[in-house]
Design a protein around this ligand. Sequence first.
Ligand SMILES: Cc1cc2nc3c(=O)[nH]c(=O)nc-3n(C[C@H](O)[C@H](O)[C@H](O)COP(=O)(O)O)c2cc1C
Length: 316
Amino acid sequence: MLHIAHLSFASPLILAPLAGYTDLPFRLLCRRYGAGYCVSEMISCHGLVYQQKKTLEMLQSVDQEKPVSFQLFGADPAVMADAAEILASYKPDMIDVNMGCPVKKVTKNGAGAALMTTPDIAEHILTQICARISLPVTVKIRAGKDSTHINCAEFAKMAQCSGVSAIAIHGRTWAQGFSGTIDKNTLSAVKKAVTIPVIGNGDVHSFRQAHELMTETGCDGVMIGRGALGNPWVFSRGGRPSTLDGILSGAVAHLQLIEQYLPADKLLGYVKSQMCSYFKGLPGSSRMRKEIFSAENIVALKCTMAAFEKFFNTTE
Ligand SMILES: Cc1cc2nc3c(=O)[nH]c(=O)nc-3n(C[C@H](O)[C@H](O)[C@H](O)COP(=O)(O)O)c2cc1C
């Protein structure tokens, strides 16, 4: 059981924020398979303040997915505080502040991982947000700027003093981007530095690995990102089904949620790549991929998936 501020979560395994993926349908699916809570895609503070259509569309949520955390990114403390207030009006259970994104489009404006090199600005952002909203605020950080500037432990202490209720740490540096491996020592160091809950993140691909990471580092929870794509079972003890039929039922459940909540036909390419991710590496997956990608619309895609279902049911 994981506790953050007044909230208790049935599982310490959390869906990490993934821009382009952790939309409402995928969050609902991961909650169904056991995620303690899920984090939205990163939401721009400017997009919120200027009420941009695309940004507002990202705030879609339903009670069924609760508890949910919405993630905010930006670099200007005053704008971030205004944006946090707007975000809070959409009633998530927590707000997470992105201080770990290495993507140039974000860091060139001083946001994301760049904030780990400007702790004074980061502190202003966190104190102003915490003063403005009553929801628990969390922060997601990296190990540091690069291997010679590992500052996650001091940074985490600063975040705790600024009023945040939990810290998620991705054990890579900004310079690493998504390459190399995580340094588990950075997770242990953050855990030792603060008294609030610490959530470790990076390179976890199974339920067992997640629990091992908690034991090894002392972290209170684990965030899983890429390991959940096409594999929401990562949040369940039993893991991914061993039969293609079982895997297909998860993919179909995802497709149904996408149809229920998103303009699926307008997002056909995205839906197809989501469906393919379920079959990656399995026997016959390249043929399935071809069939999925040849579907001209959602109705045709559903027929393709139904045909897979029949095929598996008759061959087992
Ligand atoms: C496609 C993609 C999108 C991501 N988007 C976000 C994001 O919006 N906010 C964030 O804090 N981290 C984001 N991340 C980083 C992940 O949350 C996570 O920290 C990282 O992928 C390491 O965890 P993993 O090995 O479990 O994927 C993203 C990563 C990927 C691969």
